[in-house]
Ligand binder design. Structure first.
Ligand code: HEM
Length: 524
């Protein structure tokens, strides 16, 4: 009797629970939707209603690797301020960009935490402005032109290795350029970050898989997966018995081991007096070993922080620069007019095709400069929403933050994307066309050029501006000048508008994930 009554109690409890769930879940969603659409302080901001009630809509576009294009189409439909999530607002306006990123320096949103390295922060993932400043002081002298340009001999060597490798093929086979330039950039980054000649490009040319280049490639995918699943599920996923999968899970560890081995080696060489700790051409690791984040205590940076910083810079530099290089060469391959003008300019500047001029000379070449600027506009490698958070108070009156007439409460996530500022048709007529001439003083009047430069922000804006932009410019100019001086670039049929159409996952890449190109040696 007792057992029967316990069983029926349990049954009726479960039944009531189920009924409540069935009734209350839609009610919860309904009330939640009403709140976001009618009562939330963001409810007056234009945008699609389905974006306002849940983050799922935006997330689905991020999963389809088309967040930039989607947000851009919302600006076209709703104007310069759009609500893209229950608590997220995108804007496309120069004055607000200056206010948020330069004047008020809003903190970053926790979106960036998916990029943690070695389970630890580095400059890009340090969200509060004040903490970030301490990080930035440590690395910034490394990238000023006077210092980073000291690495020109190594960048030139890498570019010449690349030319040799392409020449050996004699124009008979095509090269997958994303992979090619990833290996090249891994070599350049390992020189500037660790002071170590890694040899990724050499490995590639000999058909040997390069674990570091593979780890850099896998790292962002690992970061995204790692941030969307709970720890227990991640630990389980990493046990899937597949060699390729295991390497993806281990990408963070592989990079951490590489950088920490260099750090410990460097320290022991300094202790043994084999390396001066004030070398003129100092690597980033060497600089960070000397850095004292706390001016009062003079405590050095912890090894873990130095390793994460070194890893963060490597990841930030490799895929961005290699995607830019690949897209420039693809554009050149399908535009004989551009290729011809580059050849003419470079033949003059580089009479000896293997003697790469100083970067100051490359900066003075007007057409090369115009091509690089136009490439950073159309194919800027990180054109995505740069998320920031409205702080507790942005003015003395403790009012909400005024975004073009809309009041945003503290905690609202706001952001702009260079994808859209680079495609403003008033500033850049025919925005989808690759037109290097628009950057030439002989073609465009000075006031328009000023406006164009104000809207060009491939490296972000304000205090969180890309740390490595001078290195990116150095690598891009040297590699493009050397490759184009030595080869005619041809795209095979599989490399076309559709295969190269842009997908974005913070950094851009072609839809086919490949950029095959042929390099036909030029006759001098
Ligand atoms: C064409 C190549 C590159 C592009 C388009 C690019 C773009 C960007 C952008 C847009 C940001 C800002 C992110 C934000 O505000 O949320 C950024 C940050 C950063 N980039 Fe780059 N980047 C490139 C190459 C490099 C290279 C070669 C390095 C080498 C070290 C580098 C290191 C960094 C670092 C350290 C940050 C974080 C800065 C900070 O918050 O202090 N980037 N990059």
């Amino acid at each position: 009797m007792n057992t029967i009554s316990t069983f029926s109690d349990l049954w009726s409890f479960a039944y009531n629970l189920l009924i409540s769930f069935v009734l209350f879940t839609p009610l919860y969603f309904f009330l939640n939707a009403i709140y976001h659409l009618r009562l939330s302080p963001l409810s007056s901001i234009p945008g699609p209603w389905y974006a306002a009630i849940s983050d799922f809509w935006l997330f689905s576009h991020a999963l389809r690797l088309q967040q930039c294009k989607t947000i851009h189409s919302l600006f076209a439909r709703y104007g310069p301020v759009v609500r893209i999530g229950p608590n997220k607002v995108a804007f496309c306006d120069l004055s607000v960009t200056k206010n948020v990123y330069i004047a008020q320096k809003f903190d970053k949103s926790d979106y960036y935490k998916s990029l943690l390295t070695n389970n630890n922060d580095h400059a890009m993932t340090t969200l509060p402005h004040s903490e970030h400043l301490v990080r930035k002081r440590g690395y910034i002298p490394h990238y000023v032109p006077a210092h980073i340009n000291l690495f020109q001999p190594q960048v030139h060597d890498s570019a010449c290795d690349l030319v040799e490798m392409l020449e050996l093929a004699g124009g008979k086979k095509s090269f997958e350029c994303l992979n090619l330039f990833r290996h090249l950039m891994v070599d350049i980054m390992s020189m500037t970050v660790c002071g170590f000649r890694h040899g990724a490009l050499r490995n590639l040319s000999m058909g040997i898989e390069d674990p570091l280049s593979m780890a850099v490639y896998d790292f962002p995918k690992r970061g995204v997966m790692r941030s969307v699943v709970p720890v227990w599920a991640w630990n389980l996923i990493c046990k899937i018995p597949s060699k390729r999968w295991k390497r993806l899970c281990d990408s963070d560890r592989i990079m951490a081991e590489f950088v920490s081995a260099r750090l410990y080696e460097l320290r022991s060489q300094i202790t043994a007096g084999k390396i001066q700790d004030d070398d003129e051409q100092m690597s980033l690791l060497q600089r960070l070993l000397k850095y004292r984040p706390n001016v009062a205590s003079r405590e050095p940076m912890s090894d873990q922080d130095i390793i994460s910083e070194g890893m963060g810079h490597t990841i930030a530099g490799v895929d961005t620069t290699s995607a830019t290089l690949a897209y420039i060469l693809w554009e050149v391959s399908r535009r004989p007019d551009i290729q011809q003008r580059l050849h003419a300019e470079l033949d003059q500047a580089m009479p000896n095709s293997r003697a790469i001029p100083d970067i100051s000379i490359l900066y003075r070449l007007p057409f090369l400069t115009a091509v690089v600027k136009e490439a950073l506009r159309v194919y800027g490698a990180a054109p995505s929403l740069l998320e920031r958070v409205v702080p507790v108070s942005t003015n003395a009156m403790n009012d909400s933050f005024d975004l073009l007439g809309y009041g945003l409460p503290p905690g609202t996530v706001v952001g702009t994307q260079s994808w859209s500022s680079h495609r403003d048709s008033i500033v850049f007529p025919s925005p989808d066309t690759f037109l290097p001439d628009r950057w030439l003083e002989t073609h465009t009047d000075p006031s328009q050029l000023i406006l164009m430069h104000q809207h060009l922000m491939p490296f972000g804006a304000g205090s969180r501006l890309c740390g490595g932009q001078n290195l990116a410019h150095l690598a891009i100019r040297v590699v493009i000048a050397t490759v184009i001086r030595n080869f005619d670039i041809v795209s095979p049929p599989e490399t076309n508008d559709s295969s190269m159409s842009i997908k974005d996952a913070f950094v851009i890449f072609p839809a086919s994930m490949r950029c095959n190109l042929k390099f036909i040696p030029r006759q001098d």
